[in-house]
Ligand binder design. Structure first.
Ligand code: NAD
Length: 381
């Protein structure tokens, strides 16, 4: 079986982490399936290089390739400064309606962590990707649009609470029943499929009663309506937590949480805080998925790290582990397991890129290429 995977190599450190991920995935697939399965890598343009060549940071052909193959993987992309697209990542998520940002967070033995029991952190975050204040509906302070918006809410809607109307910028936070339900349904389906019992709805419904509060209410209603049997039999448990309390609890008793479903902005904070507990965004993978169409784009969660680009020191694990998530998405679990095992063995003996190795007691810092070869050797052995 040959699977075509369109990939964006990315800007800055992107080409280095992409090359590493591809070499390791290819080695694991070859070992697991004796040549009966393989990936046909199809490079598609995006980012700075695409802009120079095609005059667009995200050419249509790239979006079309993702649509055609229903899958893809991307390295980090620079955010164009000024005009046009706000963020290439946000653009892709919205254009392809990839409504879930999936961020599994687990700890690897050997990785230094700022907490005492990083092994207790084993969560999968479902962050809503298309609504909330990330929808980008906002008006700059001092513009005619901001004034028009203020005039509407004050005159037509009776809003009297804007403290400094003349200099206020305004943003709109749309949160829908459909948008909340499809995200929460995906989280519940994932929990059931992976034997994870608890789904926690994380929200700020105590303050934002109709948006964040709506998310929570629709979540409970959906669970009662569509998963009554699973709730009754004890295979599923739904609870909720206010976001600020969740951030505290996730540090103090992380074992209480398994699958987390949350809106966009909360999800942004929650994912990175949890990532820090297990060793930082350098080893945290992510994916953007539409669970209705099955389309999924896997990605490194860090940025382009221009300060270290081209120096053979970048940690490729975030991009690599997003590749492992892609293998699992394809059902190629045997190859995924080989990579997890090789990483566990490597970290246990202190072999890692410098950002991780310098924090390990037995750390042996390796360059990106040397670390990649080391992982491939462990897989082959
Ligand atoms: P960054 O993640 O690129 O870098 C922050 C710091 O972490 C830097 O010191 C960097 O050297 C270090 N770092 C990041 N990844 C690392 C890795 N894998 N190994 C070792 N060290 C690593 O964040 P930034 O500097 O704020 O952003 C740079 C650019 O990346 C911006 O244009 C930003 O918009 C973009 N960005 C893209 C994505 C994405 O494509 N998913 C995400 C975040 C930022």
């Amino acid at each position: 079986m040959k699977q075509t995977i369109p990939f964006i190599k990315g800007d800055g450190v992107g080409p280095e982490v992409t090359a590493s991920m591809q070499a390791i995935l290819d080695a694991a697939i070859a070992k697991a399936y004796n040549g009966e399965r393989s990936i046909d890598w199809l490079e598609v343009p995006a980012g700075g290089e695409a802009y120079e060549k095609y005059g667009s940071y995200m050419p249509d052909q790239t979006v079309e390739a993702f649509r055609k193959y229903n899958i893809g993987i991307k390295g980090p992309l620079m955010t164009p400064v000024g005009g046009g697209i706000r963020s290439l990542n946000v653009y892709l998520r919205q254009t392809l309606d990839l409504f879930v940002c999936l961020r599994p967070v687990r700890w690897f033995k050997g990785i230094e962590s700022p907490v005492k029991h990083p092994e207790a952190v084993d969560m999968v975050v479902f962050r809503e990707n298309t609504e909330d204040i990330y929808a980008g509906i906002e008006w700059e302070s001092g513009t005619p649009e901001a004034k028009k918006f203020y005039d509407f809410i004050s005159q037509e809607m009776g809003v009297k609470k804007v403290r400094f109307p003349e200099t206020s910028a305004f943003g709109v936070k749309p949160v829908s029943k459909e948008g909340s339900e499809r995200l929460i349904r995906a989280a519940i389906e994932y929990a059931l499929a992976h034997g994870r019992k608890t789904v926690t709805l994380v929200h700020k419904g105590n303050i934002m009663k109709f948006t964040e509060g709506g998310f929570k209410k629709w979540g409970y209603e959906l669970a009662q309506r569509e998963y009554a049997k699973e709730l009754e039999s004890g295979h599923l448990e739904i609870n909720d937590c206010i976001c600020d309390a969740f951030l505290q609890n996730a540090l103090l008793k992380p074992q209480a949480y398994s699958v987390v479903a949350t809106l966009n902005l909360n999800g942004d904070y929650v994912s990175d805080m949890l990532a820090a507990q297990v060793g930082g965004i350098g080893i945290s993978p992510g994916a953007n998925i539409n669970y209705a169409t099955g389309m999924a784009i896997f990605e490194a969660t860090h940025g382009t790290a221009p300060d270290i680009a081209g120096k053979n020191i970048v940690n490729p694990c975030s991009n690599l582990l997003s590749g492992v998530m892609m293998l699992e998405h394809l059902g190629w679990d045997e190859a995924a397991a080989l990579i997890y095992k090789a990483l566990e063995d490597s970290f246990a003996e202190g072999c890692a890129t410098a950002d991780l190795a310098r924090l390990m007691e037995n750390g042996k810092p390796m360059g990106t290429k040397e670390f990649t070869s080391h992982i491939i050797n462990l897989i082959k052995a």
